[in-house]
Design a protein around this ligand. Structure first.
Ligand code: FAD
Length: 402
């Protein structure tokens, strides 16, 4: 019997466990991971680890942390069933664990290439993928990457830095079409091209076979094909347990699912955010939502009021020498203003919805990113006139308003 059972030991599961212990050291916490390594940081996989086999895994917590915090971490253990009536989970080895509260933090899995022969393209989601793909990448000369989202761009940029001949096949007119301001997406596309990456835009893949990748622009071949076409939330356990699903596991502002004893956090949770039910795939969300839920569980046990989770989302991506940072919820259809910049490798794009600032994308301008996060967290409507009145300097504007 555990007070809290957590399924999944990614960023969200580990953050929840740590915060639960911090708030109440007497809680018995069971953290179950179907991966073998100690819980690790996922972002470095596509930015560093794939390109350097000698780099050690970056652990989320030191090895002794879990025991010292009274967190019972089970590795290489898969939860196969949730029984909400008995408040029990069953593991693949037959072990049954009873809980008072359950946190589902099962994250996402690599989305397969949705075309015939798609299994010929390898992908990166976890450490096992890196172990398989890393040596093949080192040995390859011509690398084909499919997908112009963050992961595809990171892998292509990293391979280019290793001196590989890299072609990136992108279905849209530019890189990162769905994720960042159009002008910045265009700029990033040009900068990668300038570094020697072969970028094929509006390129639609029909199938893969022995000849390579078949597209509307002909057949592309390479000694290694990698796909970065997104991830799917791991909702199967929740579905089978009868929890409400809408894209991910539906939770309220307190992280609670349709079952009062069950919470969901991180990539797998669909939450109310700015008038919509949506999932966020980011480290910020995994950490912050998990901490919010851990606090609410302890508050509930101590008869204290719960607090709603109301984040300013943010995200980053490192692509060769380019550091992209996004604050706020991305809406590429919003009005975009580009702030004056002294270099084509530095850019800040500000989004306005109905005249109010809702998001800021930056390229190699970390100071503006931090200022944007602080501005978006304030309960003040920021307009373009206010930005103009402060010489388009977000840091100056924040200093004035705080
Ligand atoms: P996950 O990290 O997916 O962890 C879930 C864990 O649960 C996994 O270990 C999974 O194996 C385990 N699990 C699933 N089912 C079961 C089960 N039945 N039993 C036991 N265990 C189970 N975000 C950023 O903000 N910035 C970045 O730069 C960035 N880079 C990324 C690079 C890569 C290569 C990837 C794949 C993602 C990146 N992300 C980045 C996204 C970010 O990593 C995710 O949003 C984050 O990891 C989500 O955390 P999570 O704990 O919800 O899920």
């Amino acid at each position: 019997m555990a007070d809290v059972v957590i399924i999944g030991a990614g960023h969200a599961g580990v953050a929840a466990a740590a915060q639960l212990h911090k708030r109440d050291a007497n809680l018995s916490i069971c953290l179950i991971s179907n991966e073998q390594p100690l819980p690790y940081h996922r972002p470095p996989l596509s930015k560093k680890a794939l390109f350097d086999e000698l780099l050690p895994l970056e652990l989320l917590q030191a090895e002794g942390f879990y025991q010292a915090q009274n967190i019972h971490l089970q590795r290489g253990a898969t939860v196969t069933h949730i029984d909400r009536t008995q408040r029990q989970v069953t593991l693949a080895d037959g072990q049954v664990l009873t809980y008072t509260q359950l946190i589902i933090a099962t994250g996402s899995s690599l989305r397969p290439m949705p075309v015939a022969g798609g299994e010929r393209a390898m992908g990166v989601y976890n450490y096992a993928d890196i172990q398989q793909l890393g040596p093949r990448l080192q040995a390859a000369h011509n690398i084909l990457v499919i997908g112009g989202g963050f992961i595809g761009c990171e892998i292509a940029a990293g391979a280019l830095k290793l001196g590989k001949n890299v072609s990136l096949l992108v279905s849209g007119p530019r890189l990162l079409r769905k994720s960042i301001a159009p002008a910045m997406g265009e700029q990033v596309t040009q900068l990668h091209k300038h570094s020697g990456m072969h970028i094929h835009t509006n390129c639609h893949v029909s199938h893969l076979d022995d000849d390579g990748v078949h597209t509307n622009q002909g057949v592309f071949s390479g000694d290694l094909i990698i796909a970065g076409v997104g991830a799917n939330p791991n909702i199967e356990l929740a579905k089978q347990a009868g929890l409400t699903i809408d894209g991910g596991i539906v939770v309220d502002a307190f992280g609670q699912t349709s079952d009062t004893h069950t919470y969901a956090v991180g990539d797998v949770a669909s939450m109310p955010l700015q008038g919509k039910t949506q999932r966020l795939e980011s480290i910020q969300n995994a950490n912050d939502q998990a901490q919010s839920v851990a606090n609410n569980i302890v508050s509930h046990r101590q008869n204290e009021p719960a607090r709603a989770y109301n984040p300013v989302p943010w995200f980053w991506s490192d692509q060769g020498d380019l550091k992209l940072q996004m604050a706020g919820l991305n809406d590429v259809s919003a009005e975009q203003k580009i702030l004056a910049s002294d270099s084509d490798t530095r850019m800040t794009a500000v989004q306005f919805s109905k005249g109010v600032m809702t998001g800021v994308d930056t390229l190699n301008m970390p100071g503006n990113h931090l200022a944007a996060r602080k501005l978006l967290a304030m309960s003040v409507d920021i307009t373009w006139d206010m930005v103009q009145d402060h010489n388009q300097d977000l840091k100056q504007l924040f200093k004035k308003l705080r």
